[in-house]
Write a protein that binds this ligand. Structure first.
Ligand code: GLN
Ligand code: ZN
Length: 774
């Protein structure tokens, strides 16, 4: 069989959760035992088949390998690990029990008996999270799953020739960690040569099944991991792909990259027999900068030009995309038009959002629209721009309409920004603030508090649904929320916490709540994207200048404070986190948008102060996750992100105690940023990562107050008094006791009242014990 050339238009991957989150729901049902494995598989099969049908409907070819077989039940990195047998030994039971394959994958993802699950971390600089495979010196790689083959055959049975897609060997190893008992200094990447034969075997099986092209996703080639140690790593990459390319029985190989500039890896791949290479031309590679040696080698390869932005929701400039694709054709005759990344980062379809203002809808492009755009540019490239003139012009018109529409630029906001100076980002010195705050607040040693949310019960969710659905009046809803607040205040008083919170019952989500209450945002109804496994988020769309028409949180905080003589902490989401968890306008730098958000929060803080709130927390859990992939970009990021937080908080009176809260691990790289925030008190997730962070913070010379979490809220388990006391004592060994706060790792919204109350009781008992010792 002679494999055909690479299709003219394609995408790197398509959302897998289902248009109506069918997969998400089926996963939850299956785990709850309400779906059998067989029923669950039927749902997954139906989703895969509807994806293929839909992609053909949107213009991709039915039988030319242009449809990527990119489905995953939980996570594509997990799939790749399972496919090559990289399964930690603690799961031997599950694997040997020959349970169905998805059952084994779920065990790795969610834990099984005593076997703790694989760790999870962010997939490059996106909001998608992947599982972290564990590799050791003895991990036995072997092609041990027929998932890819099964999906390919399933597709072929209904008349599709699709393109099996799997994370490539280099990326799989670079994203893995050393298994726990591996010798010191062992690097998973050192196993590349052992892993390649498992991929070769897989390729041969796919070839027998009739696959013409296979896509190996190698986005890690783009990251610093490779750039830092380029020579050695790239030599290994080249050797690996030479070997895969040398296999006699294999489909053609398409190696995709994404999330940035392919850099030196392009030369390495060009020197191997792979038939097609993918480039992110939206956020990365500039074709004219490719050196002549590499150019010569690319001439007989297909280049897959990622010119349609796979991770933004904007319709974008199609004319520019076509021009870029045409530039790539100077390098090789065979150019395919594609998305810059998989489309898992965007919602399914703009046309599901019937409630949106029609004008805004014309500016947007979700996964389905992106597929069509790829087709348009592909046709333009093949037959000349005149063949798609209408589509190009329509996109250009929408693009310029977006730049000029009312609300996109708000003169009042811009005038205010133009008057800002360095002064607006500074409070009086920490020492002075500390003095007045001590006097004003008169808190005990080791003050106790929580991070903000109390359990979001079904009752709360139902009340919100009733109100939004028009079944309950605003008055009924407000009374309901007030009762919730009163209960939470009473509970905290009974527990004996020192700084109380109102519990956030009025918030569906810490970002969406602010988006709904600020100008410049729109929220979607069906715009779900996968964060991990069955967890999806619905990021708001930040399309215009941000401003605040009226106070947002003040009423709730004032009410909570009226119920108690203890201080109630106001609770806001910070500018960086709002940006990180939204789809943000691309017509100005993120840093400009951050300033606008900061000003809105600055006003909210002033209003909270005026309402008698003396402690205000501004959450920045996403501070770490927005950090750019490349080290060279860090300084700039830290400057604007920290600057925005300071702009939001710097007008607070010296006696107002500003708290911030951060979560997720690996804070090491942003310690300077944490210091830069200059918050009076910083609470930080640490129990979850065994308190490693407190040493880093102590070593960094950070001298403000700090609350390392001592209760891991990620599981329903209630930690014992001894356990939390140990963590607190551990923290007190490295942090001055009079700067130490006592709190959980994060908010309690995902917990139930029973376990949360029991756990908080133990946390408070630990504080009492440690106070008695000093
Ligand atoms: N205040 C928020 C809460 O308690 C913070 C959540 C977060 O850090 N992700 O839920
Ligand atoms: Zn948190």
């Amino acid at each position: 069989m002679t494999a055909r050339s690479f299709p003219r238009a394609t995408i790197l991957g398509y959302p897998r959760i289902g248009r109506r989150r069918e997969l998400t729901k089926a996963l939850d049902e299956r785990w709850a035992g309400r779906l059998t494995a067989r029923e669950f598989d039927a749902t997954a099969t139906a989703i895969r088949s509807s994806i293929r049908e839909r992609l053909v409907g949107l213009g991709l070819g039915r039988d030319d390998s242009s449809i990527p077989e990119s489905f995953s039940l939980y996570d594509h990195v997990l799939d790749a690990a399972v496919t090559v047998g990289a399964i930690p030994r603690r799961f031997d039971d599950v694997v040997n029990a020959r349970e169905d394959e998805s059952g084994a994958a779920f065990a790795l993802a969610r834990g099984h008996g005593d076997a703790s699950p694989l760790a999870m971390t962010k997939w490059f600089d996106t909001n998608y999270h992947h599982l972290v495979p564990e590799i050791g010196p003895d991990t036995r790689f072997r092609a041990s799953s027929n998932r890819l083959i099964r999906d390919f055959i399933e597709a072929r049975a209904s008349g599709f020739i699709t393109r099996p897609t799997i994370v490539g060997p280099v990326t799989l190893l670079l994203l893995s960690k050393a298994e726990i008992d591996a010798p010191e200094g062992f690097l998973p990447f050192s196993r590349l040569a052992d892993l390649v034969p498992a991929y070769a075997r897989l390729l041969s099986d796919l070839s027998h099944a009739g696959a013409e092209w296979v896509q190996l996703d190698e986005p890690a080639l783009v990251s610093d991991a490779v750039a830092d140690d380029a020579d050695r790593l790239l030599a290994a990459v080249e050797a690996a792909y030479r070997e895969l390319g040398a296999a006699t029985e294999r489909p053609r190989l398409f190696v995709s990259t994404a999330y940035g500039d392919i850099g030196g890896a392009l030369a390495s791949l060009a020197a191997t027999p792979v038939e097609a290479i993918g480039l992110d031309l939206v956020h990365g590679t500039i074709p004219s900068r490719i050196d002549s040696g590499t150019r010569a080698r690319l001439a007989d390869k297909a280049l897959v030009a990622g010119v349609i932005d796979g991770r933004s929701v904007w319709r974008g400039d199609l004319e520019a995309a076509l021009t870029t694709a045409a530039d790539v054709r100077r390098l090789t005759r065979s150019v395919a038009v594609s998305t810059s990344t998989s489309l898992v980062h965007v919602p399914h379809d703009v046309s599901l959002e019937q409630h949106l203002e029609p004008r805004l809808s014309t500016w947007l492009s979700f996964a389905d629209q992106k597929v069509q755009q790829v087709g348009v540019v592909g046709r333009g490239l093949a037959s000349g721009s005149s063949s798609v003139r209408g589509e190009l012009d329509a996109a250009s018109a929408a693009f310029s309409d977006r730049l000029n529409a009312p609300g996109v630029r708000n003169q009042a906001v811009r005038a205010r920004v133009s008057l800002l100076g360095a002064r607006d980002r500074y409070r009086v010195s920490w020492n002075q603030r500390r003095e007045v705050q001590k006097r004003e607040l008169a808190l005990p040693l080791l003050p106790t508090t929580t991070i903000g949310s109390f359990p979001q019960t079904d009752r709360i969710r139902r009340a919100r649904t009733r109100y939004l659905g028009g079944f309950d009046s605003a008055e009924t809803y407000v009374t309901f929320i007030k009762n919730e607040i009163a209960d939470v205040i009473a509970l905290q008083e009974e527990l004996g916490l020192d700084v109380l919170v109102h519990g956030e019952p009025e918030r569906n989500d810490m970002v969406q709540y602010f988006a709904e209450n600020l100008e410049g945002f729109e929220v979607t109804l069906h715009g779900w994207v996968q964060s991990y496994g069955s967890l999806c988020t619905r990021p708001p769309i930040l399309w215009g200048d941000v401003s605040r028409l009226a106070p947002i949180t003040v009423g709730w905080s004032r009410y909570a404070q009226s119920l108690t003589s203890k201080p109630v902490k106001g609770m806001l989401t910070g500018p960086v986190t709002i940006l990180a968890w939204s789809f943000v306008r691309d017509d100005q730098p993120l840093s400009d948008t951050a300033v606008q958000l900061a000003l809105a929060l600055r006003d909210e803080i002033a209003d909270l102060e005026a309402a008698g709130i003396g402690i205000i927390q501004i959450d920045e859990p996403a501070l770490r996750e927005m950090l750019p992939l490349r080290g060279v970009d860090h300084e700039h990021y830290v400057a604007w992100s920290v600057g925005a937080f300071r702009l939001a908080t710097a007008a607070a009176k010296p006696e107002t105690q500003i708290h911030t809260h951060l979560c997720a691990s690996h804070f090491g790289v942003v310690l300077d940023a944490i210091k830069g925030l200059d918050a009076d008190v910083t609470s930080i997730e640490s129990a979850h990562s065994r308190m490693e962070i407190v040493d880093d913070i102590a070593a960094s010379g950070f001298d403000h107050d700090i609350g390392p979490g001592i209760y891991d809220i990620h599981s329903p388990r209630v930690p014992s008094v001894d356990e939390v006391t140990k963590l607190l004592v551990r923290a007190a060994e490295v942090v001055d006791i009079d700067r130490l706060w006592v709190n959980p790792d994060c908010g309690l919204k995902t917990r139930g009242y029973q376990e949360a109350t029991a756990s908080l009781r133990n946390v408070l008992e630990a504080a009492t014990r440690v106070r008695q010792r000093v």
